[in-house]
Design a protein. Sequence first.
Length: 214
Amino acid sequence: MLRRLAATLLLSALPRGAPLSLREVAGAPLRLVGLGGREEPYLVEFYGIMCEQCDEMLGPMRRLEKKLGTTILKYEVWNDPAAYKLMQFLDKTPAGRSQCGGLPFFYNRKTGAVVCGATTEANLEDWAAGRKHAVVLTPPPSPDQIKVQGRVTGAKARQQRVANEKKRKAVADMRDRQLEPGAAAGLGSKLPANPRLPKGLKPLGGDPAADAAP
């Protein structure tokens, strides 16, 4: 009963005058998720299990459903051949080429508009409301994603560790040399002349031998 209802809903969601082959695909058993909208569903999402971008869109889709008072029909394509065939059909342009070729894939049956991949919440709302939107608009990375993307592994990470260790050792050696007794002795005599010093004024740390002379 549920499969038959799912096929009926999806069939009504397709554009009028759709070719028989598309209607035959829609009539195949489909696994429907999230049924129970308060109006005839017109938004469809095709997703896949273990699809990270699909999981990222769960929150925005829930908020959009609540805001618009509708339900987004969700079809898992990796384990449902009929859903996969339907997605392939809806993804084709009039020239027969694929628009997206990936997941998630969003289809608006009122306008025929699509969105490819994860997108911003504002762009998803524009798509659902039939407003001008971007077919592809990747959302900005989250703080966790930025942290992961900044990680360096493998040979490059080893090279960076070696370089950082050399820098730390060089800084430590320089600090040790500065702390050695008598390291500053005679430093003033080695300093270059400072033309900005007033005449008769000696630089700090001047030549101890000259200072001791009568």
